[in-house]
Design a protein around this ligand. Structure first.
Ligand code: GDP
Ligand code: GDP
Length: 437
């Protein structure tokens, strides 16, 4: 069963990202030194009256091209109509109706999904002077809000929830392992998916008549529950005729953001491509677990060195992801396919593993003895104490004397020691520092 998806669309500057941030609670900018990606979230989980849904800010999705604004908006609206269960069409109640609004409305009127017309920037209890103009769009009564001040948000959310189609999952289930199968078109994602879903697993298939909406596939394997995210999207990849490649990147990104584990599928005959690097970088930045699946292994001419050569190439191309296990498979001949699901379960457990503070401090203490922390102008980094402060991904807080003395290479050394002792296969590890005298 899939989580309801709500998409925000609208022309630039109407307040889409302001509304997104309001609903998300806070904006999380992701900045990391590897592999050089800084970006804002476009997806967030929202809870309202104990119902959970996924919110996507399509305005944050910039198709990479010299697209003029209109075609950007078109792609964003298409994405929303394709993925979302409820669409929030944001317009500007202060400036009034524009031709771009009309263009978008014309597209949205064609969908049979609920579209809520949201008049933003109505910063007081008084009705917008442009209120009645918006009826021209043929999308019903405008709902007035102020995203920046926070007026009308509760009423809007009530309306959103009322419009969810039947049969979606709005409950929070901690136990479900959420998996995104990503990779270039033709890498073999659908073949792998079908193979995983194969025979005996209990597939709770989409409710009759809503096939188009069911982008997530839920199944059980013994006691374990899995959600394959956006997998129907894989099957109908050619829906948007132009920009298939770009579209697949966008979908991959959104799927990864919603997942715990990313299966990064690489076509063995093509090696690691730029798109693979990009999606892997996002999985890493977002703190997801990753498994690198080299598919079509049957097509590779092999001798006893081939596999090592591949491993070397992958590690070179994805140096920020040394922790990701690599599986060589063939969806065609079934070679090693049975290893995928257990590996997903394993890395998912590692992703949410907690280590005891005592054991952690033993390891850090020993590491410090073996290799002294860095020093600057006679002052040496002191690590007083360490503790794991979160999971998914594991985050370690080190209490130290001076943040200026921390160094990336020493952090990597500590990371390696932690991995040697505790594993954490498949998952990135984060560190943060707190000064303490
Ligand atoms: P986006 O391009 O649609 O994502 O729009 P932004 O969220 O970036 O907002 C565009 C501008 O409108 C920013 O300067 C916001 O501060 C402003 N804005 C957003 N929501 C409101 C609102 O409710 N009231 C007012 N007065 N300004 C708003
Ligand atoms: P997707 O676009 O990533 O979902 O890729 P598909 O699963 O649709 O596979 C693309 C093509 O590659 C199809 O013709 C598959 O039959 C073929 N294919 C997939 N996996 C393998 C494999 O392991 N070996 C070989 N030889 N062909 C494969």
């Amino acid at each position: 069963m899939s989580r309801p998806i709500v998409a925000i669309v609208g022309r630039p500057n109407v307040g889409k990202s302001t509304l997104f941030n309001k609903l998300a609670g806070k904006r999380i900018a992701i900045v990391e030194d590897t592999p050089g990606v800084t970006r804002d979230r476009i997806y967030t989980e929202v809870e309202w009256l104990n119902k959970y849904f996924t919110l996507i800010d399509t305005g944050g999705i910039e198709p990479e091209s010299d697209d003029i604004i209109l075609s950007q908006m078109r792609t964003q609206a298409e994405l929303a109509m394709d993925m979302a269960h409820v669409i929030l069409f944001i317009v500007d109640g202060k400036h009034g109706l524009t031709n771009d609004d009309r263009e978008i409305a014309q597209m949205l009127r064609k969908t049979n999904k609920p579209v809520l017309l949201v008049l933003n920037k109505v910063d007081s209890k008084e009705q917008s002077e442009h209120y009645y103009d918006f009826y021209e769009l043929g999308l019903g009564d405008p709902i007035e809000i102020s995203a920046s001040i926070g007026l009308g948000i509760g009423d809007l959310l009530d309306e959103v929830i009322k419009n969810f189609p039947e049969g979606l999952d709005t409950e929070y289930d901690e136990d479900i392992i959420k998996v995104a199968i990503v990779g270039k078109p033709n890498a073999g994602k659908s073949s792998i998916l079908n193979n995983i879903l194969g025979e005996e697993r209990v597939i709770v298939s989409p409710i009759a008549g809503t096939t188009r909406d069911a982008i997530d596939t839920y199944f059980e394997d013994g006691e374990d529950k899995y959600l394959l995210i956006d997998t129907a999207g894989i099957r109908r990849k050619s829906k948007v005729s132009e920009n298939i490649e770009k579209y697949s990147v966008l979908r991959s990104i959104t799927a990864v953001e919603r997942a715990d584990v990313a299966l990064i599928v690489i076509d063995a005959t093509q090696g690691v491509t730029e798109q693979d690097t990009k999606v892997a970088g996002i999985a890493h930045d977002e703190g997801k677990s990753s498994i690198i699946v080299i598919n079509k292994w049957d097509l590779v001419e092999k001798d006893d060195k081939t596999m090592n050569m591949f491993v070397k190439q992958i590690r070179e191309k994805l140096p920020f992801m040394m922790y990701a296990p690599i599986l060589f498979v063939s969806a065609k001949t079934n070679q090693r396919m049975h290893k995928i699901l257990p590996k997903i379960k394993y890395v998912s457990n590692e992703h949410s593993k907690r280590v005891h503070t005592g054991a952690l401090n033993d390891v850090i203490g020993e590491a410090v003895l073996l290799n002294q922390p860095p020093s600057d102008k006679g002052k040496r980094l002191k690590i007083y104490y360490a503790t794991q402060t979160s999971i998914k991904p594991p985050n370690f807080t080190l209490f130290i004397n001076d943040k200026k003395l921390t160094h990336f290479s020493y952090q990597r050394y500590l990371e390696n020691k932690i991995r040697e002792n505790f594993g954490f296969e498949g998952t990135p590890i984060r560190f943060n520092y707190k000064e303490k005298e």
